[in-house]
Design a protein around this ligand. Structure first.
Ligand SMILES: N[C@@H](CCC(=O)N[C@@H](CS)C(=O)NCC(=O)O)C(=O)O
Length: 247
C-alpha cells in the first residue's frame, strides 16, 4: 500500500533549472501519475546519488513506496502493475512488453544517440554547477571514447538535419492512432515520450521541424497529467529550419 496520503517518493535527476533530465526518471514520473499516485519528489543532480538514496543506488530513478525501495524504471513499472493491479495498468500482456522494449531501443539508437552528440555541451552547461566536472568526465569517458564534449558537438547544425527523416517509421506507426496504447496512453507511450522529454530538457536549439506529424502526439504527451512535461526549464523541440531555409 502506498502511504495513506496516496503518495510515492521519487528520487529525481535534475538540471540546475529543476527540470528532470533523465529519460528513465521521466517515464517513471508518468508511470506514477498513470497509476494515480501523488509524487513526493526528492530533487538533486548527478553527484551524491548514492548518499541521497542511503546507499541504495548510484542510478536514478528510485522510488520508495511506503518504506519499500525499488530502482530501475522498467522494474518500477512492473512493480507498480504487480502491486496495484486495481489501478490503470501500464502494460497489457507480454507482447506489449516486447514491443515497448523494441520501440525504446530503436528510439535510443535513432534519436537520443545523435541528439546526445549534438546537445552534450548544453547538457553539461545546464547541469548544476557542482555536477559539471563530473558530467564532463563521465560522459567523455563512458560514452564519447575520451573525446571532448566541445569536439563532439561541433558542426551540430548539419547533423541535426539528419535525424528527422530517420523517425519516419515512428511517424507511420502513429499515423492512425492517438497513442501507442490505443485510445489512452500506457507505458509504451511514456517510454517513447521520455526520449523527447530528455531532448527538450537539453535542446538549446530545436531538433524537429514545425510541421512534424509527430508534434501532435509529443505535445499531447507533454500536456498529460496537468502538463507534467511542461517544466519552465524545458526547451522548444520544434523550429528546426528546413534544409535551404535560413536558420
Ligand atoms: N536501467 C536504468 C537506468 C538508470 C540510469 O542509467 N540513470 C542515469 C540517468 S539517465 C543515472 O542515474 N545516471 C547517473 C550518473 O550518470 O551518474 C533505469 O531504467 O532506470
Amino acid at each position: 500500500m502506498a502511504d495513506s496520503n496516496n503518495t510515492i517518493t521519487l528520487y529525481d535527476l535534475q538540471l540546475e533549472s529543476g527540470c528532470t533530465i533523465s529519460p528513465y526518471v521521466w517515464r517513471t514520473k508518468y508511470a506514477l501519475k498513470h497509476k494515480d499516485f501523488d509524487i513526493d519528489l526528492v530533487g538533486g543532480g548527478f553527484t551524491g546519488i548514492m548518499a541521497r538514496t542511503n546507499g541504495f543506488s548510484d542510478r536514478l530513478p528510485v522510488i520508495v513506496d511506503n518504506g519499500h525501495w525499488v530502482k530501475d524504471s522498467w522494474d518500477i513499472a512492473l512493480y507498480l502493475d504487480e502491486k496495484y493491479p486495481e489501478r490503470p495498468m501500464l502494460f497489457e500482456g507480454g507482447a506489449m512488453k516486447n514491443l515497448t522494449r523494441f520501440i525504446e531501443q530503436w528510439l535510443w539508437r535513432t534519436a537520443i544517440g545523435p541528439w546526445f552528440r549534438c546537445y552534450i555541451v548544453d547538457y553539461h552547461d545546464l547541469s548544476f554547477p557542482q555536477d559539471r566536472e563530473y558530467v564532463r568526465w563521465s560522459r567523455e569517458a563512458w560514452f564519447l571514447q575520451g573525446q571532448k564534449i566541445e569536439d563532439v558537438s561541433a558542426g551540430r547544425d548539419e547533423r541535426l538535419q539528419l535525424v528527422p527523416s530517420q523517425l519516419e517509421p515512428f511517424r507511420a506507426m502513429m499515423k492512425d492512432q492517438k497513442w501507442l496504447g490505443g485510445d489512452a496512453p500506457n507505458f509504451a507511450d511514456y517510454a517513447a515520450l521520455s526520449i523527447f522529454l530528455w531532448t527538450a530538457s537539453v535542446a538549446a536549439v530545436p531538433c524537429l521541424h514545425d510541421d512534424d506529424p509527430l508534434r501532435d502526439w509529443i505535445e499531447r504527451g507533454f500536456d498529460l497529467y496537468g502538463g507534467l512535461g511542461r517544466h519552465p526549464g524545458m526547451h522548444n523541440l520544434f523550429g528546426l529550419p528546413k534544409l535551404g531555409e535560413a536558420a
